[in-house]
Design a protein around this ligand. Sequence first.
Ligand code: FE2
Length: 202
Amino acid sequence: MTAMSTASSLYGLQDYVRDLEQVLDRRPALPVIVREASTAMKRLLASDRWLEDRCRQTCPDTYARHLLHRDRHNRFVVLALTWLPGQATPVHDHSCWGLMGLLENSLEEVHYERLDDGSRGDRAELRQGRSGMCAQGGVAWLLPPYEEIHRIGCVGSKPAISIHVYGRDLDAVNVFDPVTGKVSPMRIKYYSTECGKTPFVI
Ligand SMILES: [Fe+2]
């Protein structure tokens, strides 16, 4: 948390949404969207005071996805994800551009490269690619078609909070088993009033 921030200077969720709307209104190419959304995300990560307590709740069974904003034109969503040590996603894709910014503590991200041509919906050949820790204030990105399969995990000893932006309402993804090659479509939910706080799978 940035102790020097004042209420008048705090760059919060509504500021981020406004800036991202202005970027998308120009209809730029995906790499430009990712770059400019990342720049604005770093401003959002400078303080955590804008994030409401109800969106900081963790779930003992799995990490929790809190929906913060859904664009009225369905161009993007903003989420807060809360992680307890040991919680992690399976390997999954997104079929859209995306960002992850670390608001509190850190997460590990491992990318996967798809080696097959994608012609079979139920099978994929993956190779593990770049990986690293994303620390507080850092931003990682997803850019289809080649940079959008990954897994994320809270591998440290402290709970983490990450802010995610996706270029669509991410209500379904493909989950990959990198060992067997099996691909499984999966519906995903939010840990919020709209799903009655029912834990989700991913
Ligand atoms: Fe993801």
